[in-house]
Design a protein around this ligand. Structure first.
Ligand SMILES: C[S@@+](CC[C@H](N)C(=O)[O-])C[C@H]1O[C@@H](n2cnc3c(N)ncnc32)[C@H](O)[C@@H]1O
Length: 244
């Protein structure tokens, strides 16, 4: 799959996983600020809408993959009935900042964060009732392997929710958004995060990444059923859901 080959630092010999980890370690201190700035705060609304797809049942355990600085677990604790959330991320620096956030919000009793690779989960089969990932799966080195692992650790009827960037299709929004995404966003990202490549990688990785029906097919390939998707904000991102 060509999207698995899109990497942040083209000049380096390291594999995607190593490059992605060091990129997120580097931009971690600026990550939340840039999210709010570059989306004018809409990213938090997208997370809320995505969480709403999990409904109002009671969850014992939810796994949040590529949890970053734990924005999704924090939002889930506000609106879901869930006892425990485990947030997992490959970047130790993102996890450090996430842990600080969880402490500040006094959520440490029910939310725990750890460093780990979504493509190699330490959990036993059928352990979680739901698995979530916001803006994370695009960064996996092997998307299908990550989805297979998520399927494995979900219990019977376990729910999957993925929120990921997609490519707007409607004229002229598609063209206008593309100008912003390709030129303005990488410039603001470069100045603020001091990483010249990270926000160029964001644009390139979204262009190469499967969306809508293509993504739904990939999710089904890992065994998920009842796969649906719902574009948000004219297709800037899309919520995908499925069931084991
Ligand atoms: C764009 S951030 C999203 C963070 C968070 N979910 C959010 O909504 O803001 C992507 C995250 O994916 C993590 N990541 C990339 N590949 C991963 C993998 N194989 N396993 C776990 N985390 C991974 C990165 O370290 C990064 O923190």
């Amino acid at each position: 799959m060509k999207h698995n080959k899109v990497v942040p630092y083209h000049d380096k010999m390291e594999d995607k996983k190593t490059q992605v980890t060091s990129m997120f370690d580097r931009i971690a201190p600026y990550y939340d600020l840039l999210n709010r700035m570059l989306t004018l705060g809409i990213d938090q609304r997208w997370r809320k809408k995505a969480i709403a797809t999990l409904g109002d049942r009671h969850y014992t355990r939810i796994l949040d993959l590529a949890t970053g600085t734990a924005d999704l677990p924090v939002a889930m604790k506000k609106s879901l009935r869930v006892d425990n959330i485990i947030g997992l991320d490959i970047s130790p620096k993102m996890i450090d900042l996430g842990k600080k956030k969880i402490q500040e919000k006094k959520l440490a009793e029910s939310v725990s964060l750890e460093v780990g690779d979504s493509e190699n989960l330490r959990f036993e089969d059928n352990y979680f009732q739901a698995a979530t990932a916001s803006f994370g799966v695009r960064n996996f080195s092997n998307l299908q392997k990550g989805l297979d692992e998520i399927y494995r650790v979900l219990d019977k009827d376990g729910k999957l929710m993925i929120l990921e960037f997609s490519k707007p299709t409607i004229f002229p929004f598609k063209q206008l958004f593309n100008l912003y995404f390709k030129f303005i966003l990488p410039t603001v990202g470069r100045i603020t995060s001091k990483d010249p490549k990270a926000y160029k990688y964001l644009y390139e990785s979204v262009q190469a990444f499967p969306d809508y029906d293509d993504m739904a097919d990939i999710i089904r390939k890992s065994g998920f059923i009842n796969v649906t998707y719902k574009p948000l904000t004219l297709g800037i991102c899309t919520i995908y859901t499925g069931k084991k």
